[in-house]
Design a protein. Sequence first.
Length: 135
Amino acid sequence: MRYYFLELLACPVCKHHPLLLYPIEVEDRPINEETLAKVRCRNYCGYLRRPASEVDMNTCRRCSRIYIKTGVLICERCGRWYPILDGIPRMLDDKYRRRMDDIRFLRNYYDKIPEEIRKLMKNPDPSQLLEEQGA
């Protein structure tokens, strides 16, 4: 996943936009200048978390190289969080989420997520999921 996709994403439950992205594992994957012109953020820059009109092209060039392999998307309105695995955001409504997938993600990455970000993650409650499995 790349930061410029944040402009397209909203919470599937409460429809809030923009989502907060916290990257855990990233890779450097450059894109060419022609592609950059097509994918450059139009309204919202998820990398700097501000209107795209306030962001210069050099920042866009740096940002476009960042590929988020693993991370978490968080809705700051309802507290739902969605893991990013293998570059793909797993943005499922609660009724389609698999508890064991969430627990597996948390076991692997919970300690890599800063406390201030974890406090935003409410539904499902990460600490409750970890306690439930004795992690």
